[in-house]
Design a protein around this ligand. Structure first.
Ligand code: MSP
Length: 773
């Protein structure tokens, strides 16, 4: 038995899962990372003959999704369907070999979650109570902070929620969990995650609210349908409902019995509390086995920050795939980032790694050897003849790499495993160069040279065969090509036949007919980085345009692509624009106030705000809105005026228009500006005011308080579409009454040439109550 197969000893079946992805944002490289890691593991397990089940999917319920859908003017169901399809489509495009893709809106999941909830309740672990606490919608988590303070995990403002809820007796599991961690030292990793989780539990566990009544986008509590089940209880259960938990079907029950408990839940580090505390506690309470391990990956950082939609600093996997191929992306992610740590992603680093390790390294090595076997031996592997010291050395190094690769990979040290393999790539390269089979010295006989060529090329090809077999889970497409070139046939077939259980030196037989040489990793030229950057920029433009069109369009069919749903990763546009300042300030930003006759014009730029008066905004025409107006660079810090600007909605101002705008405004001092308290607020309620066709009554949440504002935008905005939207308000305006209703503040909006308002909004996630300054 080889070391390779020894490292595979363990259960004959393996169940691994990715986190299920929220459908509030389209997939980016951060999501692709966990899924690619799982795919590599699943491929290796299968090729070791282990019956493997790899689950991924989408997390579609909860307040966050409900609000995102509302923002996009869609129902949560159609919104979730579109984004879920994007995730699944991308995984298919990247060739990821998941066995099942679960959506939490599927019936099989709902059924299982309700069964789990009922089981917990029947076993006495769920009770009803009333609760007031701070809730972080972004993390979908209750947090133990005072009202008006941000979430300690993500920094976003928490909301005070008072509800009658069902509670899970988490406090009963404090000791049990600590004992469980103690008895299962490998349950969670890396070490930093283990420490964090243990200290969280040691600091005391409070009972957990596991239902909500203030919104409805979720799975109803069985028997008490006005409650929906807490989204994390719903989401975590996917790991069992996908296998068949809760089903009466015998095939489902058999799958559940076979694969549960999971061998590994692979997760991002920020969701370890849910997976290492709540999940095992729920399972213990339900009388179900706990997962064997939970392993956390670090974050993929881009431009110094966690790649995320709200930061607008994302890169898409499709971009890398289009320019360098999916294998290059897989290799980079697994080789560059020590698993468990945060890792920086940059196009330059990617291209460097690609050229160094793949194009000039492995790819070039394969090409040299395969070409020479064709050139000198007609493509048929010769008899190697007796081994010399040089072959023995390379053989030993390869055997060492076989021994090192498996255990490192299986312990998730992908980077170390690949490093060990690439030592053999380098050594084989050096061995070829030292023996130069392409060069016959004058004093060497023809027969001796032929013998050297046979020995050297066969030995090098054997090293390549082993490297290729081992690297197959990481570079599946390239390994498949090399396998054919080495005359080994279909690698997918070999994988189905557990070829990794028998990776040993000496497998390449004399007489094997090589396939035709074919390029593997063409060298990336200088423009590769630029091409990827351009693809991202192009995508950003498309997304922004789609969002713009979407705002104007009538609701589309349920299966509309996400890009048409106004769902955008919204990264910063290519050139500096006002979009890079905290608020998306449009050419002119007008406050749509309770006073319809003289709305103030407020322009927000990097550091300055000008407030002057303008004419009425009630032009009555339907508005063509644009989320982002591209403003020339030279305007980035200039002031804009109330002068109507003759630019079509969404079009940039020409420099002349901009300069005219600047000229026309009057200056104020900073002291004037600081008097205006501009704040981020979220619209909770929007409705028409009876007998006032221009007015909407809004209830907005400032994080620290809620208030009512009347705004003259009824002819331009459907009230339902405003719910959930984050806006900017003037928070310190003296209240005034209109139509018998009090208005406490003023909304900011851009004024289009025809006077139509476009509400100011944000490209990045902003906490409620944040001040604009
Ligand atoms: N829906 C929950 C998970 C429920 S699992 C029962 C969730 N979804 S998420 O879409 O926000 O994140 C899914 C995973 O993607 C997390 O593990 C998260 O860490 C990962 N990533 C998202 N952005 C990432 C990076 N920039 N880098 C690495 N992983 C990141 O949380």
């Amino acid at each position: 038995m080889t070391n390779e197969s020894k490292s595979a000893l363990g259960p004959a079946r393996y169940y691994l899962t990715t986190p299920i992805y929220y459908v509030n944002a389209r997939p980016h490289l951060g999501h692709a990372y966990s899924t690619i890691v799982c795919d590599a593991i699943a491929r290796r397990k299968r090729a070791l003959g282990i019956d493997t089940w790899f689950l991924t999917g989408t997390d579609e319920h909860g307040q966050k999704i409900e609000r995102s859908a509302a923002l996009a003017g869609r129902t949560p169901a159609e919104f979730a369907t579109a984004i879920s399809a994007e995730f699944r489509g991308l995984w298919d495009q990247l060739g990821l070999t998941y066995d099942d893709f679960i959506r939490t809106t599927e019936d099989r999941h709902k059924r299982g979650v309700q069964k789990l909830f009922a089981t917990l309740r029947d076993r006495g672990f769920i009770y009803k109570g009333s609760y007031t606490g701070q809730y972080c919608v972004s993390d979908e988590a209750w947090v133990d902070v005072p009202a008006g303070t941000p979430c300690p995990d993500c920094g976003r403002m928490t909301e005070t929620v008072t509800e009658e809820n069902y509670f899970f007796k988490l406090s009963a599991f404090e000791r049990k969990l600590l004992e469980f961690y103690e008895a299962n030292p490998d349950f969670m990793g890396p070490e930093s995650t283990r420490r964090e989780v243990v200290s969280f539990v040691r600091s005391g566990l409070k009972d957990l609210s596991v239902s909500r009544t203030s919104f409805s986008w979720g799975i109803p509590v069985p028997g008490d349908e006005k409650h929906v089940i807490y989204v994390w209880l719903d989401a975590l259960a996917n790991y069992i409902t996908a296998l068949g938990y809760g089903s009466d079907d015998s095939a489902d029950q058999a799958r559940f019995a076979k694969f549960w408990p999971a061998d590994m839940h692979l997760i991002g580090k920020e969701i370890s509390r849910f997976h290492c505390v709540y999940w095992p506690a729920f399972l213990m309470a339900a009388g179900l086995p706990t997962p064997r391990s939970v392993k956390a990956n670090g974050w993929l950082l881009f431009d110094q920050g966690k790649m995320s939609k709200s930061r607008g600093n994302i890169v898409r996997a499709e971009t890398v795939q289009a320019v360098l191929g999916a294998d290059a992306l897989r290799y980079f992610l697994l080789r560059e980032i020590p698993f468990g740590q945060d890792g920086s992603f940059s196009f330059d680093a990617l291209v460097q790694r690609y050229n160094g390790d793949l194009a000039n390294g492995y790819g070039n090595l394969v090409s040299r050897v395969v070409n020479m076997v064709h050139k000198y031996f007609g493509g048929v592997v010769p008899d190697a003849g007796p081994e010399t010291a040089a072959e023995a050395t390379l053989r030993q190094s390869t055997v060492n790499a076989i021994a090192a690769f498996g255990p490192a990979f299986d312990e998730l040290n992908f980077s170390e495993a690949l490093k060990a393999l690439w030592l053999v790539v380098a050594e084989t390269d050096g061995y070829l160069t030292a023996n130069a089979p392409w060069k016959k010295p004058a004093d060497r006989s023809e027969a001796d040279h032929a013998a050297l060529q046979a020995r050297v090329l066969t030995t090098a090809a054997e090293a390549i065969r082993i490297i290729t077999a081992l690297v197959y889970p990481v570079l599946p497409d390239s390994a498949a090509k090399v396998w054919i070139q080495l005359g080994q046939g279909d690698i997918a077939f070999a994988a189905r036949n557990a070829f990794l259980t028998d990776v040993q030196w000496g497998g390449l037989k004399a007489g094997t007919k090589f396939g035709e040489p074919a390029p593997l990793f063409p060298r990336a030229e200088k423009d590769a980085t630029e091409r990827m950057q351009n693809l991202e920029d192009e995508n950003n433009r498309t997304v922004i345009e789609a969002a713009t069109k979407q705002e104007n369009a009538a609701p589309s069919a349920p299966e509309a692509p996400a890009s048409a749903l106004g769902i955008s990763p919204v990264p910063a546009p290519p050139a500096p624009t006002v979009a890079e300042s905290p608020a998306v300030a449009s050419p002119s930003v007008v406050s749509v106030a309770h006073d319809m006759s003289a709305a103030g014009v407020t322009t927000v730029t990097n550091n300055a705000v000008t407030q002057v008066t303008t004419g009425p905004v009630d032009s009555g025409k339907p508005v063509a809105t644009a989320k982002v107006h591209h403003v020339p660079d030279d305007l980035a810090s200039s002031r804009l005026s109330s002068t109507p600007i003759a630019a079509p909605a969404g079009a940039p101002l020409t420099p002349a228009e901009a300069s005219a705008a600047v000229q026309a405004s009057e200056q104020i001092s900073i002291d004037d500006f600081v008097k205006v308290d501009l704040r981020v607020a979220q619209i909770l309620v929007a409705e028409r005011v009876p007998k006032a066709d221009k007015l909407l009554r809004l209830e907005v949440d400032l994080g620290y308080e809620k208030r009512q504002i009347l705004a003259g935008i009824a002819q331009y905005y459907e009230p339902e579409k405003l719910i959930g939207r984050k806006i900017v308000i003037v928070a310190n305006l003296a209240p005034r009454k209109m139509r018998g209703l009090e208005s406490n503040g003023m909304l900011l909006a851009a004024s289009l040439p025809d006077g139509a308002p476009v509400l100011a909004s944000f490209l990045e996630e902003v906490p409620l109550g944040a001040r604009l300054k």
